[in-house]
Design a protein around this ligand. Sequence first.
Ligand SMILES: [Zn+2]
Length: 526
Amino acid sequence: MRRVYQDERMMPIQGGLIVSCQADPADAFYGLMDRFARAALAGGAKGIRANGPDDIRAIRNAVELPIIGIQKSIHDDGNILITPSFESAQALAYAGATAIALDCTRRGQESGAFERLRRIKTELKLPVMADIATIEEATAAFEAGADFVLSTMRGYTADTYQVSHFDPRFIEQLVHALGVPVIAEGRVDTPDLARQAMEAGAFAVVVGSTITRPHLVTRLFADAVKTSQEFVLGIDLGGTNTKYGLVTTSGEMIWHDTATTPAQSGRAGLLHHLERIAQAGVARAAEAKQPVASIGIATAGWVDPGTGRVVYATENLPGWTGTRIAETISATTSLPVFVENDANAMAIGEKRFGVARHFDNFVCITLGTGVGGGCYVGGRLNHGGHFFANAFGHMVIQPGGRACSCGQSGCLEAYTNAAALLDYANGSYANTQLLIKAAEEGEPVATGALAEYSSHLAAGCGLLVQLLDPEALIFAGGLAQNNPMLLTLLENELAGRVPVWRERKLKLLMSGLGYHAGVFGAAALS
Ligand SMILES: [Zn+2]
């Protein structure tokens, strides 16, 4: 049910920008928030959000804009809570706040936010703004009588910590779910995002740090200037070889090397191997007089990128399951370490440095000894619920068909790995590179083998296209490199299989990162 909002005190903010004028005691501008409010007014702001009675009093004397008052205080659990008591809200009201915002997340609700909300409305007679992080919290706050809902806490609570960017679609969902005005706040750090928030149906938009924390804005520029002189060490730990290299943030590889992976040496042996490579990379960077800023590690096996732990690895790397790679390598190198599954890392590498830079929906498929991949859906890498997603190689394309290493029969991998391609030529070629070259030169056995290979690959890709409707399929790995004929054959196969093929405008592309795709992918993790 929609509640018509008619409180004239807050109407001036409709369709406008609210500037959050806050400073920590350590900030150079602490105590000068009234100046920031005057600057905000001069720039066209329609409201101010401010912390604590002192700032609010000063701002109230400086400008006549509506002020959303908050009180950031340390709560019983040791963390900051926004407006944690009725008394704190009262002090904001006396100082001149036009409305009071309070934390109505699950944690806030557990601290009695809704009781405070009711008292603020009845006793102080001020509009209440609910700072929330999820739709559920927003709905509860609306039902408890909040006059506005603000997306302020999204990305800052235990339930939403994985959200790192402002997403206008969340605003759209709030607008649809609620009967009160929605105000966009939290990481709205460009004019374009602010505009998108309004297009999504926001009543107003709050922008803070980007406007009122000059040191943060300075740091953005300082980092942008500085990082081009730092290296990331990318390590691609494969079952046979480990490739590694130093990559600049603009995607230039200035040094690389390869070592044999001691795959059978167990957890301790593999960690020692990674430590030695990390030391070699750090030493090489020191020679170039530019430090290593961080280390990215792409590994076979399923990985929880949040903790840098191997969730599960096959017997290709015995003992690797459960290894806390990031923690261990970070402890010995004193550098930030990021870990990801190798196929996912490759997709991240393509998005950051390669041919996928302008795509939000694409699938990276590696064709080699094994077949795997990574996919982006709506601009994000898909991890699945338990980090087991993207096992494309084990989609069954031929029930009861060829036996696969995973125990199933008829997997895509069993039909499209290197061994299968050699099989289609009846063992006429010693390796896939020779076969691919022969096909280029028109040798019938080789072209026939490649055609058979393409039809099986098309069966798997057709499923992906139907499920995900990607903008592009990007191929990497030994069987895709230097093999343009494969894309032509595959495109013809797909065109004959996939419904509404022409309308999809799907692009089939070769990886832009080549032999070192894994190293670039690892480097792109940080
Ligand atoms: Zn399988």
